[in-house]
Ligand binder design. Structure first.
Ligand code: CTP
Length: 413
């Protein structure tokens, strides 16, 4: 998922973006831009050390608001910048959060405006997120780990750090997350946790059925819908595993991914994982048939002008198998199927729902959706038919996750 996919998702949110001293401050400039593009109003607050790495002028230009750097800023009529700023925020995110800054928070110190407003915030209403950034030795130091534990206990959300090359030339844990990752974390943070505690299994993409070592049969499924659902379910608090056929898509943040190639592989992996899942969503465009036997070597033209005769056998129906399992029948596993049709969408979807034994079947017109970024969905269940009008696959995925969560919580309530 790119930052563009998240356009508008923070609209109406007021975010205080804090910058402390660290070479990763350059990423905060990009993050600030992404926040405003996502629709957030951004108020930047910088520490004295932060101003050594990035100028307030740059951050003002990117956020469209004058930056606060001092508790003694004369702009605050009541000279209480720390109170005003922390009362109007929906969240405070400090990126980069240096080792020293985290240490100050752990001790409840308020030596300048940023730690002061973190301390003064109404914690139950204004969440504090920290994106640590520091040298690997500083990150691994017991004092830092102790402080991180302490600020977590005190209610802050400490985002992860990345592993890799550092500004100091060393390599290890402690790099700040990238701007897009920070944006995803924040969007996920604000998402209601409608699937908290649910283990969700999703199949996505096409399968590839080998004819010989260099050829095979596949289809145009891009996997985008399944990946978008995986992301939306993860943001809604689920523990998500995505079983993906051959696609060129990045793994959604926080999602476990198992790559497979053929329908048989996908069947084996999904059937295994389904034994432990609460929800199974089959979005994969599984090949219905595979060559009866794949040749171990490249099939050559024999010069006679006749094409080789290929025989096919049917692949297992992954969704139908899992939806007929004891766990699905007893209601422990809620199954959702997709139907890619070329015509008579609703009638075909209803028939498919009955045949595959799934409580919820999501229909879409195959040729109109493959590879596209938007789609239209029709939800068919025993309540009837609901249409989700044309929208981005991201938006549809979020709506679908909401619909599934409502049905799952309804069935267990
Ligand atoms: N599916 C599956 N395993 C298969 C075939 C389909 O798990 N071998 C799942 C798909 O992931 C989807 C649903 O079944 O959730 C319907 O897929 P679709 O291709 O629309 O239907 P088919 O079963 O192939 O039926 P038909 O070809 O008759 O339309």
């Amino acid at each position: 998922m790119t930052a563009n996919d998240l356009a508008g998702e923070l609209s109406g949110r007021h975010i205080v973006l804090g910058l402390t001293g660290g070479a990763a401050a350059f990423k905060a400039a990009e993050f600030c831009r992404l926040l405003t593009r996502a629709g957030a109003a951004v108020q930047v607050v910088m520490t004295e050390a932060g101003c050594q790495f990035m100028t307030p002028v740059t951050m003002q230009a990117l956020s469209g608001r004058p930056v606060y750097t001092s508790q003694w800023d004369a702009r605050a009529d009541n000279s209480m910048a720390h109170i005003n700023l922390s009362r109007e925020a929906d969240a405070i995110i400090v990126a980069p959060a240096s080792a020293d800054f985290i240490a100050q928070l752990a001790q409840g110190r308020a030596s300048e405006l940023l730690p002061l407003l973190c301390l003064a915030r109404p914690a139950e209403r204004v969440p504090l997120l920290l994106a640590p950034a520091m040298n690997r030795e500083m990150w691994a130091h017991p004092a830092t780990q102790r402080n991180v534990e302490q600020v977590r206990e005190d209610g802050a959300t400490v985002l992860g750090v990345a592993h890799g090359e550092q500004a100091c030339g060393e390599s290890g844990e402690g790099r700040m997350l990238e701007a897009t990752e920070l944006l995803q974390e924040l969007v996920a943070f604000f998402t209601p946790k409608a699937l908290l505690g649910q283990r969700v299994l999703i199949t996505a993409g096409p399968t590839f059925e080998a004819i010989d070592p260099v050829r095979g049969i596949t289809n145009h499924s891009s996997g985008k819908m399944g990946f978008a659902i995986a992301q939306a379910a993860q943001e809604a608090g689920a523990d998500v595993t995505l079983v993906a056929g051959p696609v060129h898509l990045p793994t959604p943040r926080g999602v476990n991914r198992v790559d497979v190639v053929s329908a048989l592989d996908m069947h084996e992996v999904a059937a295994q994982l389904a034994q432990n899942a609460h929800i199974f969503i089959a979005t994969a465009a599984v090949a219905d048939w595979r060559p009866a036997s794949a040749s171990g070597h490249k099939i050559k033209k024999d010069g006679s002008g006749t094409a080789p005769q290929l025989a096919f056998v049917e692949n297992p129906d992954i969704l139908s198998d899992i939806a007929h399992s004891a766990r699905a029948q007893s209601g422990e596993l809620y199954c959702v199927g997709f139907a890619a049709e070329s015509e008579d969408l609703i009638a075909n979807a209803q028939a498919k729902r009955a045949r595959k034994n799934v409580p919820l079947l999501v229909g879409n017109l195959g040729p109109a959706t493959f590879g596209r970024d938007d789609n239209t969905l029709v939800l068919v269940d025993d309540e009837g038919v609901v249409e989700l009008p044309r929208a981005s696959k991201r938006r549809l995925a979020q709506q679908l996750v909401g619909e599934i969560a409502r049905r799952v919580s309804g069935s267990t309530a």
